[in-house]
Ligand binder design. Sequence first.
Ligand SMILES: Cc1ncc(COP(=O)(O)O)c(C=O)c1O
Length: 349
Amino acid sequence: MIDKLRADFNRSADTHLLRLETPALPGIDLYLKDESAHPTGSLKHRLARSLFLYGICSGWINADRPVVEASSGSTAVSEAYFAKLLGLPFVAVVPRGTSKQKIAAIERHGGRCHFVDDIMEMAPVARGLAERTGGHFLDQFTYAERVTGWRGNDNIAASIFSQMSLERFPIPKWIVTSAGTGGTSATIGRYVRYRKVDTKVCVADPENSVFYDCFTKCRRDFRLAAPSRIEGIGRPVCEPSFIPEVIDRMLKIPDAASLGAMRVLAEHLGRRPGGSTGTNFYAMCRLAAEMIRRGGTGSIVTLLCDGGERYAGTYYDDAWLAAEGFDIDPYRLQVLTFLDSGQWRPVRA
Ligand SMILES: Cc1ncc(COP(=O)(O)O)c(C=O)c1O
């Protein structure tokens, strides 16, 4: 199984670092790490590969035994790909409301979906399924921060710094990401401390998520009833892989701002990113505006986490936005004005 994973990695190319054209922001350079280019369409491709390697090398994943995950989608899509590569049965425990596109993507890679009504049931149901079948529960929320090598040169942070090395501001002032498991921010936070570079890590948090409060109040016992409405990020409980100690700053981003910024970015790029990329981009623009206000110069990098194809019937559907009560236009105008003029005008909520 290890050889198959290594051969797959050997066939894979690294994802691009896109520089945004922002003539109205003369002293600031903005970059997007395009993780939608992975074979399974999201940043979760890296995590899935690491979870399988970790499980195999720990003796927990065995031939012909099923692997199970509790995932809202992106991770399960990537894990189904690797399970198929290894000839292992794969079961994803997903919330009943998961988008049809994501379910189809899991099944296209040969995975099977097991639906639950309450998202808080996902992990216990997945653990039970694995125990009953003699399989392995990959458990991304527990292991994400452990399985990703943060010192080596094959992680997302090392890739960003190597791709920034010939830019006019090679050491970014900020790297902005959001958190679902917390694994990506943990990897980037540890890497910048290990390399002792003068880069700060900022995590953007959507509504209906406890991460911002956990960070600002140094507590992990917050609980929320409603799940996040930005797929892939924000959690109702503080997940084990969320490591606030390696985060320098957090920003709370209104969901309408995430979706407004996502739409502006789609126009700017000429293709659609997903909702969590909108959260990242809005936070990036806020930090850039702050740097301009302080007369600073430099670069900021954030992640394009997944493509927007999966959200055609939701975030990119104006009727759906209206039905969900999202008024994105004030934020769309705010981000557009900023990119066109460098002016960051507050939105009157
Ligand atoms: C689309 C998307 N963006 C961002 C993230 C956040 O990544 P992490 O789990 O590493 O915090 C996820 C996680 O599931 C995701 O699916």
